[in-house]
Design a protein around this ligand. Structure first.
Ligand code: PDD
Length: 274
């Protein structure tokens, strides 16, 4: 089953997305991806708070309150009997004759679906290779917008270079992955890009900060360059789907000696939360 506004319907049956839906034509909308572990959502409230913030930043009214959306998302998971996977939901500005400015009478369109997906355990254990790419995205990467072309091109570049993720560089500064946040560890301290307009404030990033605080590991928001990454003791990424994944190679440079003690400690604590 999938959700369209307040209707639960079968996928591929009675599904209708208008050709002039603004999400389809302009990417004019916002989304969230939430992890489900053993039938339970992980940090759904945080995702819904970010969803509301994204909507506000693009001057879009959401069709349902936070409580109503939460109920619908939870119902969808139950209906589909999803145990381990993700729930995706988005809201577009609605359907109207195509013109760039906001339409007068369009009603926002909510859609949601669930997908089974196993946790990438091998990558958690062994780590991944990443490559760097220029960050060509717009200047409001803090909004979880449907416009993902910059991210799509970055991830494609990574895959064409036998890497799992692309780490984006803006003005000689490492911002974030194409679909993840990025961190380095030096002398027992975690460094990551400040949560400003140049990155998405990941929900998993919030969890990483909480874990670091609990373990007494300094969590420092600071700009750093690719040179700093090459010198780092450890590196890792975080996201809803990648959780906490060690990075063992950046371009041709091997980082540390495989997954290091700080990333292992964060992973261990993360595991206790799910
Ligand atoms: N992506 N940065 C970007 C650009 C992202 O797209 C994501 C998540 C993150 C991490 O955010 P979170 O911890 O809240 O998942 C950071 C999701 C998973 C996606 O688009 O599939």
């Amino acid at each position: 089953m999938i959700l369209i506004n307040d209707q639960f319907i079968k996928r591929n049956q009675d599904t209708h997305i208008d050709i002039e839906d603004r999400g389809y034509q302009f990417g004019d909308g916002i989304y969230e991806v939430v992890r489900v572990y053993q039938g339970k959502t992980f940090r759904l409230d945080d995702h819904l708070d970010r969803f509301e913030r994204s909507a506000k930043e693009i001057f879009m009214e959401l069709p349902f309150s936070k409580t109503e959306t939460k109920l619908k998302i939870t119902q969808l998971i139950e209906m589909n009997n999803l145990q381990d996977g993700i729930v995706y939901f988005q809201v577009t500005r609605g359907v109207a004759p195509r013109t760039h400015a906001f339409p007068q009478n369009a009603k926002p369109v909510l859609t949601a679906y669930t997908k089974k997906s196993p946790r990438p355990i091998d990558q958690f254990k062994n780590g991944i290779k990443v490559v760097t790419v220029e960050d060509i995205r717009w200047l409001r990467c803090d909004i979880k917008s449907l416009n993902l072309l910059g991210n799509v091109l970055a991830k494609q570049y990574a895959h064409e270079h036998q890497a799992e993720e692309a780490i984006q560089i803006r003005d000689n500064t490492v911002t974030e992955g194409s679909s993840s946040n990025f961190y380095i560890v030096e002398n027992g301290k975690i460094y990551t890009h400040p949560a400003d307009h140049f990155i998405l404030r990941g929900i998993t990033r919030i969890v990483v900060e909480e874990i670091a605080n609990k373990l007494g590991i300094p969590f420092i928001e600071k700009l750093f360059s690719v040179k700093d990454v090459y010198r780092a003791d450890e590196a890792f990424i975080s996201s809803t789907t990648a959780e906490i994944t060690p990075v063992i190679q950046v371009n041709d440079k091997v980082i540390g000696n495989g997954p290091g003690p700080i990333v292992r400690a964060i992973q261990e604590e993360f595991q206790k939360l799910i």
